[in-house]
Design a protein around this ligand. Structure first.
Ligand code: GDP
Ligand code: CA
Length: 330
């Protein structure tokens, strides 16, 4: 699976449950967006990987929707009082433990992939393996118009967390992407894959960022080369229902790249594999059922199923529908 943070984690949790119930011989590898990662107070912060880690290990705060359950913010208050971290970005004390461990291992010479593997030794993720999309530092920057009209950029976290994506973005930049490559774990997982799932994550700053790493798109399209079937179908799930992002602010990102906030528009943005795009199949919500005929005519094996992940059962049913989407082509 290719995934971002919170939306991706919900879907992976559903997939893990579907695999437990109906495909006990299968395993799950998740290639996680690293574009949101940044350095803060000398620590490497990796929000999407940590959302995965905490959600899959049951340590996440279900009420707040992100971070660790039972969290306190005493250290962050000190850091803000010193002016070391901005007042719009709070780090929980338990979460800081993860960041300190990660940063210590990075300084000791481990790669980001090795760090993620080591973090997973502590937490039981129920058989799911997480891989950073890349071991290179490729942070997403957002270009905006300043008060004087000049263009200036800020780190994605500032645009997303401080400005809540309300400052119109002119474009997104994956800083340093030209020198990057997919992580070894991501490449190995794709080679062995029976099916590739594109999570209902942000199509621009989560999935778009993963696919923007040189070599990733080709590796995804070639997925399954060492699997029994030789070619893995690629199935996407829409993060857009009835013309709106289910949770979050994905619409602001889509607007910037000129894609309408619609389940059909996002599918066409990814494109059908048959016409040089990415996807074999695309799932839309039941309320978007009128889009299905057009999507099928456009080269997608499309189906309308319940797309809201309200709990484990609905998320598992959605994951199972995604696994069956290609077989159900009509
Ligand atoms: P982030 O990295 O934490 O922003 O999370 P992702 O990029 O993985 O996912 C964000 C997207 O998940 C949002 O654009 C939402 O539209 C989508 N999303 C969240 N919950 C659901 C859900 O229950 N169903 C579907 N289909 N999409 C969802
Ligand atoms: Ca994210």
């Amino acid at each position: 699976m290719l995934a971002g943070g919170v939306g991706g984690a919900r879907f992976v949790r559903g997939l893990r449950e579907a695999v437990r119930r109906w495909h006990p011989d299968s395993s799950i590898d998740v290639i996680v967006n690293t574009g949101d990662d940044w350095w803060l107070a000398g620590l490497r912060i990796t929000p999407d990987l940590d959302s995965m880690l905490y959600t899959l290990s049951g340590q996440n705060d279900e009420v707040r929707g992100w971070g660790r359950v039972g969290e306190s913010e005493r250290v962050s208050a000190e850091l803000q009082a010193y002016g070391v971290t901005p007042d719009w970005f709070t780090l929980g004390d338990l979460d800081l433990g993860t960041h300190i461990a990660r940063s210590a291992w990075l300084r000791a010479g481990l790669t980001p992939s090795e760090v993620v593997a080591r973090l997973q030794e502590r937490w039981d993720l129920g058989g799911v393996r997480l891989h950073p999309a890349t071991d290179h530092e490729v942070d997403t920057h957002v270009w905006v118009a300043s008060d004087t009209g000049a263009e200036e950029d800020m780190h994605f976290q500032e645009w997303w967390t401080r400005y809540r994506a309300q400052v119109p973005a002119l474009r997104f930049e994956q800083r340093g992407v030209a020198d990057a490559a997919p992580s070894p774990g991501a490449l190995a997982a794709l080679e062995a894959a029976d099916v590739v799932l594109v999570a209902p994550s942000n199509p621009v700053v989560s999935i778009g960022t993963v696919l923007g790493i040189p070599g990733m798109r080709d590796a995804v399209l070639a997925a399954g080369s060492s699997s029994a079937t030789g070619r893995a179908p690629i199935v996407g799930v829409s993060p857009i229902i009835a013309g709106a992002a289910v949770r979050g602010m994905a619409d602001a990102c889509l607007t910037t790249i000129g894609v309408a906030t619609g389940a059909g528009a996002v599918a066409r943005h990814y494109g059908p594999r048959a016409a040089g795009g990415l996807l074999d199949a695309w799932l839309v919500d039941e309320v978007d059922e009128p889009l299905v005929a057009g999507l099928r005519a456009g080269g997608f094996a499309a189906a309308a199923v319940p797309l809201w992940m309200r709990d484990l059962d609905t998320a598992a049913a959605l994951a199972e529908a995604a696994l069956g989407a290609v077989a159900a082509r009509s």
